[in-house]
Design a protein around this ligand. Structure first.
Ligand code: NAI
Length: 338
């Protein structure tokens, strides 16, 4: 079975090559992002394997289908980049990797939180320059602080558990309450109360029409002054220009972002020899209290191995005509997420 991978990098080529020793598929790795313009590259491949910033709109899907593609095997949990209605019209099944390491993502959220709070990037840069001054590096004890977790699914529950370990008070918002968290002292509250009481807010809901710009200007103004916001979910959970404004006012005290709503075409690339054209991102990068990583929360050895294994298992099930357990459900509405 031939599989065409798009938007590939050394780390996923390596993980898939290792996992494929157990499957023996014919893997072709393209560096190009999958879009309507590049979809023809997959002509003759029954399976394509896209990544999070590929764009599988109706045009791209039609080109893939016309070229003989019969399975879309996403190597991600999120699927907000696929037009599921168009895929359903073409009878193109879409599978994903619903869980590969919630620990990888939650631990990265904690890394952003701690690095921001204790100003580690600034401190390390100073010391490297033989500047041993501590001015401007004051953080706060996490112990006893209130952390608001928005979304207590696979990743949110790990995040809540880690924060409980720090001795934080944890409040949470989710449509579905987890008894295991309530038993450990987590209080489920509505969003308004979560915003009002939290010193740190961490986002772990999928991007859907309902959660798009969940954190907008009004939400930001309803938060505690100086709140820290951590986003390892999806960029468009936050209205970024509104966040910039709230940072300028001091209403938001710090922001740790692994995702950005306009990251497509930017993240995963070395653009260091170019002039950054995105003015909102450029402004964000000027704040001393903003820490941005380029969608790397998933990037651990364990997660990469699990992603490769689960993806290739789905392809094997497809090849053998068995039920594919990781099918993305299509319920008839467009614009879904993971
Ligand atoms: P999950 O599906 O296990 O949990 C999501 C939770 O959000 C569920 O408990 C659900 O009830 C809740 N939820 C959904 N819509 C909601 C709404 N409108 N209001 C309140 N609660 C709502 O997902 P998981 O695995 O925890 O992942 C969360 C998100 O993290 C993914 O959707 C993905 O976008 C993002 N992610 C980011 C990665 C990164 O590298 N930065 C890697 C993996 C996931």
């Amino acid at each position: 079975m031939r599989i065409a991978f798009f938007d590939t990098h050394a780390f996923d080529r390596e993980a898939f090559t290792v996992a494929n020793a157990r499957f023996g598929f014919d893997l072709t790795f393209f560096e190009a992002r999958l879009t309507a313009a590049t979809a023809a590259l997959a002509s003759g491949f029954p399976v394509v394997c896209p990544f999070v910033n590929d764009r599988l709109d109706a045009d791209a899907l039609q080109t893939l289908h016309a070229g003989g593609v019969r399975l879309i095997a996403l190597r991600s949990a999120g699927y907000n980049h696929v037009d599921l209605a168009a895929a359903a019209d073409l009878a193109l099944p879409v599978v994903r990797v619903p869980e590969y390491s919630p620990h990888a993502v939650a631990e990265h959220a904690v890394a952003l939180l701690l690095a921001l709070n204790r100003k580690i990037p600034r401190a390390a840069n100073r010391v490297r320059d033989a500047n041993f001054s501590l001015d401007g590096l004051v953080g706060f004890d996490l112990y006893g602080r209130t952390v608001g977790i928005v979304g207590t699914g696979r990743i949110g529950v790990v995040m809540a558990t880690i924060m409980l370990g720090f001795g934080c008070r944890v409040v949470a918002f989710d449509m579905a309450k987890r008894q295991e968290l309530i038993d450990r002292g987590v209080s489920y509250v509505n969003l308004t109360d979560l915003y009002r009481v939290s010193d740190v807010i961490s986002l772990h809901v999928p991007l859907t029409p309902k959660t798009h710009h969940l954190i907008d200007a009004a939400a930001l103004q309803s938060m505690k002054r100086g709140v820290m916001i951590i986003n390892t979910g999806r960029g468009a959970l936050i209205d970024t220009p509104a966040l910039v404004e709230a940072l300028k006012q001091g209403q938001v005290g710090a922001a740790g972002l692994d995702v950005y709503e306009e990251e497509e075409g930017l993240f995963f690339r070395d653009l260091s020899d170019q002039v950054l054209q995105d003015d909102v991102l450029a402004r964000l990068l000027t704040f001393p209290n903003v820490l941005i990583t380029a969608h790397q929360a998933f990037l651990t050895q364990e997660a990469l191995a699990n992603i490769a294994q689960t993806t290739l298992e789905s392809v094997r099930a497809f090849e053998q005509g068995r039920v594919m357990t990781n099918l993305v459900p299509f319920d008839g509405h467009a614009a879904h997420s993971s």
